[in-house]
Design a protein around this ligand. Sequence first.
Ligand SMILES: [Zn+2]
Length: 403
Amino acid sequence: MNEIVKGSIDLIRQLNYGLVYASLEEHKELSRTDLSRLTGLSPASITKITRELLDGGLVVTCGESSVGRGRRQTLLRINERRFQFLSMRLGRGYVDMALFDFSGRSLARQRHLFTEEERADLLGSLVHAIKVFLPRKSLSLACIALCLPGQVERHSGMVKHFPFYDLRNWPLGPTLQQAFSVPVLVSGDVRTWIQAEREWGAAKNCADAVLVFVHNDIGVGMVVNGQLIESENALLGDLSHLQLEPYGQRCYCGGFGCACTLVTNQALEAQYRDLRERMQEHDLPESVTIRELCELALAGNGLCQDILHQAAGRLSKVLSNLICLLNPGKLLLGGEITRADRLLFPMLHQSLASQLPAEYLVRLQIESTHFYEDPTKPTSVQVHKALRDGSLLLELLRSCQES
Ligand SMILES: [Zn+2]
């Protein structure tokens, strides 16, 4: 019984700290009286919380209020430069890393490609890559946020399954926490991405939204009635292995004709090489990146437009299932293929119209994601959420008091 009461008090304390932080984040500069009014917390609680935040350097004073006739009040604001955090996406064979301050300003970024040798000890190689990336001087690392295309147990940071490397029960969060002595926030990547789109991007104010990310995999993030669909016990939102062609190419999963063998970046680049050879289009470059393929299609190249057309047809099979199931107001498409959105989206609309009843398409808007190629910015949404719910804030204050 005591446990439950204590737990509740701790949670309320955490949420109160988060509330103060969120108010300062929203209004930029506030007096203690303003904070008390906005949060509904007593002046004594505000004095205690702000004192701790000031002592930890998370908040600083910034002049005095000059409104009204009463005593002038000291204004407070968040000290956005006090801490930095590392935001990362672990992809197939690489990791994107970026260092941010609390204002969301990116201070440094890098992509590290893992060699075959490094892949054999992925965790050790990742720790080493982070150590090389992080600046040695004037760094106050608050936390590490990381996302990956896999199934993650968020509270423990354990990766239950990372399909590409076929890793199971992989102690990613605990290992990084031990190596860098900071909180580590691990999550599935598209799940994080759609939260960032809802927070800052293309799905703002949209209660029913689906994000489909086409890269080396096909990941789906889903929000229904404002609620993120998530599970710690199941791998959600991975449509990479949805079979589109039973007699298609062999996939690394062991199946045939999976969506990831047909519409991902690598698949489209391979289709280009194959079609160029078959059509004897020797004036075209021998191989192209997905980005170049999109640019050629936009410039009017028929071969590249045909590849996109075929991809749109295949992708619409994946999308129509999702639309039937979730009936979203917004369907966000992410990945480099959306460089050719001017061509691709009308193709998708046309293909979907031939597969779905009209009522599913009445309110549907298909748009590109706001966050485009860089996955580190969407990952940082986890840090902002953890500051606003107070959980990360309390950890930072604890570490400030200990040091
Ligand atoms: Zn597969």
